[in-house]
Design a protein around this ligand. Structure first.
Ligand SMILES: Nc1ncnc2c1ncn2[C@@H]1O[C@H](COP(=O)(O)OP(=O)(O)OP(=O)(O)O)[C@@H](O)[C@H]1O
Ligand SMILES: [Mg+2]
Length: 351
């Protein structure tokens, strides 16, 4: 794979406010990259700078190895889809797709062929003569994707394209979009603040927070080996314990954080000879599983500041162990899956 896109040392300031602080990332040819992070962290700003819709205060954008920092958006050869579908309400579906082709002065016969092709690609041919207001949210977003693909762009930029859809439709369009991207092999950068979306769709996730990149890796890498408590907490669920001493160097100014994902905590019946006894504080029914909030007891070796943990148990186990609110069970930590972080006492953990 060769590199198609690169953002290098991008800083963006709005007056004295820094929206992006020396951010670097890249996308290989055919790669699906997700920019993931909480609201306001700078995802859209980075996407718009890659598109050329916004100028960086510092840093460079490379497309296909060429410096494209000063290149006009129309010369960058991308398709873009926004959160709100941004279709022209007064144009029919096919006319919405035709619009960009017309602007590019594509000959009529070729336009017709291209429209038919992309309508078919996103499965919306039957609705081609409707107006956007006559379509569901999912259908409108498919049209927006078709429109972005019509000009056979070199890469796709998607800014939270699924977030306006309700949960069920969102999942369906997510699968469709991923399949489409796979089939076309088109390099894609998608902004999302939904970690599940990033984990299921991306080849590479760029995790952002507070104008900075916190980690770049495959979904497996960022899930199994999060570099920081922030990434551990933002992607998937995790239990974190802050110990007030450091096992390695006894530095009183350093915290040690232990983190473990719920699936790495085994639940045992109260009668088990091994494990740590815990009290069941809360029970939530999740269909195939129950999510338990458990209160750990004081441990002689470690003072736990964060005394509650969350685990998921299958319904069968829940029934078998006769788990009740206020009752006791035992848990066993899979120590080999425990993640450790050192952090300064003064520094907030989740930054
Ligand atoms: N034109 C602007 N002028 C001033 N500040 C801006 C401007 N555009 C964005 N910002 C600020 O830059 C920061 C990053 O904005 P951005 O839209 O990139 O966030 P985001 O990660 O896309 O968030 P969300 O998930 O809510 O869409 C925000 O604090 C925002 O208020
Ligand atoms: Mg945004």
């Amino acid at each position: 794979m060769s590199e198609l896109l690169r953002a290098e040392g991008i800083t963006k300031k709005y007056g004295s406010f820094t929206a992006l602080d020396n951010v670097s990332m890249s996308a290989e040819e055919g790669e699906f990259v997700c920019l993931l992070g909480p609201s306001g962290c700078g995802k859209t700003t980075l996407l718009r700078i890659i598109a050329g819709l916004e100028n960086a205060t510092e840093g460079k954008i490379y497309i296909g190895g060429e410096d494209a920092t000063k290149l006009h958006p129309s010369k960058r050869n991308f398709g873009i889809v926004f959160q709100s579908y941004a279709l022209f309400p007064n144009l029919k579906v096919w006319q919405n797709i035709d619009f960009g082709l017309k602007c590019k002065k594509v000959p009529k016969a070729e336009r017709e062929e291209r429209i038919a092709e992309v309508l078919d690609l996103v499965n919306i041919t039957d609705h081609k003569d409707k107006y956007p207001s006559q379509l569901s949210g999912g259908q409108q977003q498919r049209v927006a994707i078709a429109r972005a693909l019509a000009l056979s762009p070199k890469f796709l930029l998607l800014d939270e394209p699924l977030s306006a859809l309700d949960a069920k439709v969102r999942q369906k369009v997510r699968v469709e979009l991923k399949n489409l991207q796979n089939k076309l092999g088109i390099t894609t950068i998608m902004v999302t603040h939904d970690q599940e979306e990033a984990l299921t769709m991306a080849d590479k996730i760029v995790v952002m927070n507070n104008a900075c990149i916190k980690q770049i890796g495959t979904p497996n890498e960022v899930y199994d080996h999060p570099d920081s408590p922030f990434v551990a907490d933002f992607i998937g669920s995790i239990n974190m314990f802050t110990t007030n001493y450091n096992e390695d160097n006894d530095d009183p100014n350093r915290f040690k954080i232990k983190a473990i994902r719920p699936e790495n905590i085994e639940v045992l019946p109260n009668t088990a000879p091994e494990g740590v006894k815990v009290k069941v504080i809360n029970i939530e029914f999740h269909g195939a599983t129950y999510r338990l909030t458990l209160r750990l007891r004081e441990d002689s070796a470690v003072t736990l500041m964060d005394n509650d943990i969350t685990v998921d148990v299958p319904t069968s186990v829940f029934t078998e162990y006769d788990i009740k609110q206020g009752g006791h069970i035992k848990v066993k930590f899979n120590d080999s899956r425990m993640i450790y972080y050192n952090t300064d006492k003064e520094q907030p953990v989740l930054v």
